[in-house]
Design a protein around this ligand. Structure first.
Ligand SMILES: *[C@@H]1O[C@H](CO)[C@@H](O)[C@H](O)[C@H]1NC(C)=O
Ligand SMILES: *[C@@H]1O[C@H](CO)[C@@H](O)[C@H](O)[C@H]1NC(C)=O
Length: 230
């Protein structure tokens, strides 16, 4: 029969692997979008709308965008005629409270051809901070006015799937940023400490249990690892 020590080891490993896949990824993101439909090198950004990603894991999001005015459609058509890019500015804020601004663009003729259907992809790093935002549209290329003036925007959040398990330094930095954000009062993440960090606390508790369960007399036989079987 396996000893209790073996069982604790197995439990510890299961929890470690759960931590590896769970991480702390299910945060939220808030995006503000501006766009420019002029073709000068200096973009003239006007507000396009807001997006709230309620679950980073599932990309579930709420989109509130303003429709295009007839003037905007004309400007888009002019951009498309000149083979220019439609430019988008996105400022992204996550649960750490930091706000990061990104620029992205897509050929205007693809947006017209796709009847204003576009896809916004938000890339996160291992600490769930945004590192890139990109807009894409599948076209086909067209210079005609679209039959609609409303955007159809798909949202996708990408994060490192088999990425490294967060190292302690990154995690502590993240904790500190979140603490600062809480002190500034500009974060809505009001989950309890336990609800947020159970995946870090549970292994620590198990580890303590494991070390206290390590019986000095049994030390001669096992050699520690998961293979100690009788
Ligand atoms: C986007 O959010 C800002 C502030 O959070 C607000 O002022 C603005 O009206 C919102 N825009 C839309 C289109 O909902
Ligand atoms: C967090 O706050 C929101 C409103 O700000 C509330 O609806 C929600 O129930 C709160 N969640 C918790 C876990 O307290």
């Amino acid at each position: 029969m396996p000893s209790s020590q073996t069982w604790i080891c197995i439990l510890f490993m299961i929890i470690l692997s759960a931590v590896g896949s769970e991480l702390d990824y299910d945060g939220w993101l808030r995006l503000r979008l501006w766009h420019a439909m002029n073709k000068d090198p200096m973009p003239n950004f006007i507000e396009r709308g807001n997006i709230t990603v309620t679950s980073v894991r599932s990309s579930a999001s709420a989109v509130a965008q303003m429709g295009l005015q007839p003037n905007d459609i004309k400007a888009l058509q002019k951009l498309a005629k000149d083979d220019k890019e439609y430019r988008l500015k996105a400022s992204v804020r996550g649960s750490s409270g930091l706000e990061t601004t990104f620029l992205t663009s897509v050929p205007a003729c693809l947006l017209l051809g796709a009847e204003l259907e576009d896809f916004l992809t938000i890339w996160l790093d291992g600490a769930a901070e945004p590192v890139a935002v990109s807009l894409s549209s599948y076209g086909p290329c067209s210079r005609e006015a679209p039959p609609t003036h409303m955007w159809t925007t798909g949202i996708q959040v990408r994060y490192p799937e088999a990425g490294p398990v967060p190292d302690t330094a990154t995690f502590i930095q993240k904790l500190e940023r979140e603490k600062e954000a809480r002190e500034r009062g500009d974060t809505k993440d009001n989950r309890s400490f336990l609800a947020k960090y159970w995946m870090y606390i549970v292994p620590a508790v198990i580890f303590v249990l494991l070390s206290s369960a390590t019986n000095p007399e049994a030390g001669g036989g096992g050699g520690g690892g998961g293979g100690a079987q009788r």
